[in-house]
Design a protein around this ligand. Structure first.
Ligand code: GLA
Length: 379
């Protein structure tokens, strides 16, 4: 891909670019808790987006999105939201300018191998790749954490998705062979070594494309805030969901809208579960870890309401085949499930799930094998 994107750049813009890679991410545990001050366990993967980029000594930024065969030309001094993929790149320029970081004209061609809308965070890969590349070519001197926070802000303001910090953080901070245990309250992480011995990680793509910008994501976020605000009114010691226990939450059940209560219950459980899962991982207890994944899926489906028939089917088939662990991954409403499968059962389990899915939905799920890789870097 590096050569492909470099060649596309040469063909479109005719100068010599620098090339960067920015990965997508998986998340082992801790879903929809990043914006609730919880813990998450993501990792960068070896699928992502490549950027070829060079200054052009004009007041214009020119983009070529190779996978979409689409162009964008903007005046760097007049950055306004547009639509679709353009908002991810424009949001990045805008947030740098907002922070008084001087971006001048540049050319950029990008493309990759992350299926869009499949829960692998192609949007964060675009934002993080571009912000990292601009930081390098214009020597803006920002560290990776600051870049992650700015990329998140770009998504809030231009793409309109009030996402948490997980995706941008994982894309920029990922480390091969490790998952991150990220505390989203302090925005501090530790690396947990992740080398499976007897198991493999497999993603199954339902091929139902989600659209987080569709609004349901932001609705979930608002419901969580509503529930937390109600608790805060009665419990002065509570600042975030980290201060809310199951017992405390249940005291407010009758005062809360039932849907809001279900959302909050999921969040409190998932924060707890992610810490338990991190311990299990350190003990190399993958079978017990897998059970937590199923619990998370139940919570996401029944409590948090972000699953769909296709994802529920993939997970229930996995459970029926005694796959070690399976759950929907990322924002939900479509996209992938993440599965931890015993090596010896891998081929049989996957082919059974694929044919059952095909029979029910008339299409085969995509099988995506991934490796855990380093975060955004220059090639
Ligand atoms: C999307 C968001 C993340 C996170 C996940 C759900 O990927 O971008 O911030 O909230 O959904 O865990």
């Amino acid at each position: 891909m590096t050569e492909q994107v470099r060649n596309i750049f040469l063909e479109k813009f005719g100068t010599e670019p620098s090339v960067f890679f920015s990965p997508g991410r998986i998340n082992l545990m801790g879903e929809h808790v990043d914006y609730n001050d919880g813990f998450v366990m993501p990792a960068a993967i070896n699928h992502g987006i490549w950027f070829a980029i060079a200054k052009n000594d004009t007041p214009r930024a020119r983009f070529f999105a190779a996978d979409l065969d689409d162009y964008l030309l903007v005046d760097i001094n007049d950055i306004q939201p547009q639509e679709g993929w353009k908002n991810y790149v424009l949001g990045v320029i805008h947030v740098l300018q907002e922070n008084n970081l001087p971006v001048q004209g540049f050319d950029c061609a990008f493309g990759g191998n992350l299926p869009i809308g499949s829960g692998l965070s192609s949007s964060a890969a675009v934002e993080c790749g571009l912000i990292f590349a601009l930081n390098e070519i214009f020597q803006l001197g920002q560290d990776r954490k600051t870049l992650a926070l700015m990329a998140q802000r770009a998504e809030h303001t231009f793409a309109g998705v009030k996402c948490g910090i997980m995706d941008q953080y994982a894309s920029l901070m990922g480390k091969a062979g490790n998952v991150l245990l990220l505390d989203c309250k302090t925005i501090e992480h530790q690396y947990l070594p992740f080398e499976l011995q007897d198991h493999v990680l497999v993603l199954l793509n339902s091929k139902v494309q989600h659209a987080l910008a569709g609004g349901e994501y932001n609705v979930r976020r608002m419901q969580c805030t509503e529930g937390l605000d109600l608790i805060k009114q009665h419990e002065p010691s509570v600042k975030t969901f980290r201060d809310v226990s199951r017992n405390m939450l249940s005291k407010y059940e009758l005062q809360m809208d039932p849907t809001v209560y279900k959302r909050c219950r999921y969040v409190v459980n998932e924060i707890d579960r992610t810490l338990q899962a991190a311990d299990l991982l350190l003990q190399n207890n993958i079978e017990a870890f897998g059970k937590r994944m199923y619990e998370t899926h139940q919570g996401l489906s029944k409590g948090f309401g972000v699953s769909c028939d296709e994802l529920d089917f993939l997970v229930s088939e996995a459970a029926a085949l005694q796959v070690t662990g399976a759950r929907l991954m990322g924002g939900g409403f479509g996209g992938c499930t993440i599965n931890i499968i015993r090596k010896e059962d891998r081929h049989q389990s996957i082919s059974k799930i694929v044919s059952a899915y095909d029979e029910k939905f008339g299409t085969q799920p995509g099988i995506i094998e991934i490796d855990i890789a380093n975060g955004t870097h220059e090639i």
